[in-house]
Design a binder for this molecule. Structure first.
Ligand code: ADP
Ligand code: MG
Length: 231
């Protein structure tokens, strides 16, 4: 057996990440030899202006994109070594995504939006419904389960998206500008919710954001400038 230096206390251990896009005949360096280590159960913000590389970073960490070079270990597993089937399977079991635009299906109720995710993850029907009720309660939407997205406020829609990201009990949640479309008060409420989720569910949460509202809610803030991280 080969001996690898894995630290199981690290949810994320990314080394020398580079992601270069070829765009209209020139190269864009979106991630520039970036190193990132995040212990299990932390709520960490990556702050950076538009174009600094936040989405590229989250996509690489969640296996939606591959870095041009560098290595990524999530809970001690090198994700670049996984086949695409293994990657899909891993993502469906262990990672939850929250996006700026909520990404809810408009014709489905809050309950159905969450349950669909569990169906995709292969969770049995009985368990699905129970778990859906549980996560909707966790985000304070038990009375809104039957509503469709257009019948809810932006903050409520994002709560549904958070419930959906949590439903399959991921150990890592990647939130890309999760509060970007929301007013300040609603953003604070959602940051508070994410903070309590990281604490109570022992989930690691990495939140990418371009605004400065996050500092008092997270365990650590990192600044991303032109694809480079600064603590
Ligand atoms: P952020 O999420 O912080 O706004 P991105 O990760 O989206 O940053 O983008 C980082 C840089 O990479 C930007 O210069 C952007 O224009 C470029 N970029 C992102 N995606 C692509 C792509 N698919 N093709 C070419 N360039 C891209
Ligand atoms: Mg982005």
């Amino acid at each position: 057996m080969t001996q690898t230096k894995t630290d199981i206390n690290l949810a994320i251990d990314a080394q020398n990440l580079r992601r270069v896009y070829a765009s209209a005949g020139r190269e864009v360096v979106a991630l520039d030899n970036l190193n990132l280590q995040i212990p299990v159960g932390k709520f960490v913000a990556v702050k950076g202006k538009s174009g600094s590389g936040k989405t590229t970073l989250l996509n690489c960490l969640g296996g939606l994109d591959s870095p041009t070079s560098g290595s990524i270990m999530i809970h001690g597993r090198p994700i670049e070594k996984m086949s695409s089937t293994e990657l899909t399977d891993w993502r469906q079991k262990e990672v939850g995504f929250i996006f700026q635009a909520f990404g809810l299906l408009p014709t489905l109720s809050a309950h159905e939006n969450v349950e669909l995710m569990l169906r995709i993850a292969g969770i049995p029907r009985r368990e699905r419904s129970q778990r859906t009720d549980e996560v909707l309660a966790m985000v304070g939407l038990e009375k809104w389960a039957g509503q469709r997205p257009y019948e809810m406020s932006g903050g409520q829609q994002q709560r549904v998206a958070i419930a959906r990201a949590l439903a399959h009990r991921p150990n890592l949640i990647l939130a890309d500008e999760a509060t970007g479309e929301l007013d300040t008060q609603t953003s604070y409420e959602l940051l508070d919710l994410l903070k309590s989720i990281a604490r109570d569910e022992n989930v690691t949460i990495l939140l990418a954001t371009h605004d400065g509202l996050v500092d008092e809610y997270v365990d650590e803030v990192m600044n991303l400038v032109d694809g480079k991280l600064h603590a």
